[in-house]
Ligand binder design. Structure first.
Ligand code: UDP
Ligand code: MG
Length: 344
């Protein structure tokens, strides 16, 4: 049984091994959504789109049980773990709401903020992002690195990503459609959403500690996300290569001139020992290798985009028989043009 009307509000949540907290998450979010009385005036109310990102625990079973009980709870289940960004991408393609809230399934993004976001949306804002007012129970290192990351991104990226925001945000249908039409495989969701433009505002919230389980992001994944996001939004690292290379070359030419001058005009001049040679070889070697690495970053992305593989593969769907996803069930890179009639 499915809901024929497109809902006013969709909540999209990627879930990876969230079995311990998923019941509570669905209970709390449903309660908040019910309290909004969205079913008035004959419109379609709400839906929760849970994207199971290849969990190894009972997440899918729990989500499916809720879907059997309530047709407003819909499940997209991947064939394996494709990552948070792929899961968010899929959720946004399957969501049918006039407004879509993207939030984590671990209750770190408090459902109580949804009504505030909705109010801002009704005031005419098309993106309402959650601004983390305080980071609780996170290590000093994580706080410091995320502080640095957000500021670096603002400096390097050609777009302005609001600081201290995560993926928790409300999006108007127009933003979701614009996002769904983006063809790239490497999806740094919050960056791409800002890139779309539109009228945005923020709502402050306290980021809660996880309800259950532990973070799926380790430092390795965070560094990968940081590199991905900088490389997809900025060509500044490529330009560093040009300037650094030019600077080193000019310095070397000047140095040669100095040495020649010393040789011809300084009586009794002896060239320096090998120490300087070692240091300069190491320095230049390091610079060259890191610059090759930067070029490799961009080359790898070009390669990935050229491969045109789907972003994710869907294995199972629950409560979706009336809604074909934009871009086909498997997130093909050639998205079908969004068909508004499919949503109603
Ligand atoms: N997640 C996912 N796929 C992954 C890793 C995480 O769908 O490969 C989901 C996870 O279930 C959660 C959200 O993405 O709903 C954020 O993940 P997590 O809480 O681990 O990140 P953190 O809050 O620590 O940044
Ligand atoms: Mg979390």
């Amino acid at each position: 049984m499915t809901n024929q009307l497109a809902p006013v509000l969709s909540v999209v949540s990627p879930c990876y091994n969230e079995a311990d907290g998923l019941d509570e998450f669905i209970r709390q979010v449903s309660a908040v959504l019910d309290s909004l009385n969205l079913t008035k005036d004959g419109d379609g109310g709400w839906e929760i789109v849970l994207v199971n990102d290849g969990s190894h625990d009972a997440s899918l079973a729990i989500a499916s049980a809720h879907a059997d009980r309530d047709c407003r709870i819909r499940v997209v289940s991947f064939s394996r773990n494709f990552g948070h960004e792929a899961a968010s991408t899929a959720g946004l393609r399957y969501a049918r709401g006039d407004a879509v809230v993207l939030m984590d399934a671990d209750l770190q993004d408090p459902p109580a903020v949804i009504p505030e976001m909705l109010a801002k949306w009704r005031d005419g804002y098309q993106i309402v992002y959650g601004v983390r007012s305080k980071r609780q129970e996170e290590s000093v290192l994580k706080k410091a690195t995320s502080w640095l990351f957000y500021r670096l991104l603002r400096k390097l990226a050609d777009i302005d990503i609001p600081k201290d925001t995560g993926d928790f945000r409300l999006l108007d249908r127009r933003v979701v459609d614009a996002f769904n039409a983006l063809p790239e495989r490497n999806r740094f969701v919050r960056g791409l959403l800002c890139w779309t433009g539109f009228k945005a505002t923020g709502v402050e919230f306290l980021r809660a500690p996880r309800f259950a389980g532990k973070s799926n992001y380790n430092y390795f994944k965070l560094i990968k996300l940081a590199i991905d996001s900088i490389a997809s939004f900025s060509t500044a690292p490529l330009k560093i290569a040009t300037w650094l290379g030019l600077g080193v070359a000019i310095a070397a030419i000047l140095w040669i001139a100095v040495v020649l001058w010393q040789y011809f005009f300084w009586p009794g001049y002896r060239p320096a020992g090998f120490t300087f040679l070692y240091i300069s070889i190491l320095l230049l070697g390091g610079v060259q290798i890191s610059l090759i690495g930067i070029i490799g970053e961009y080359l790898a992305r070009t390669y990935e985009e050229v491969q045109r593989r789907p972003i994710y593969i869907v294995d199972q769907l629950a409560n979706f028989d009336d809604t074909p996803a934009i871009g086909g069930p498997n997130g093909s890179l050639l998205p079908a043009s969004p068909d508004p009639s499919a949503r109603r």
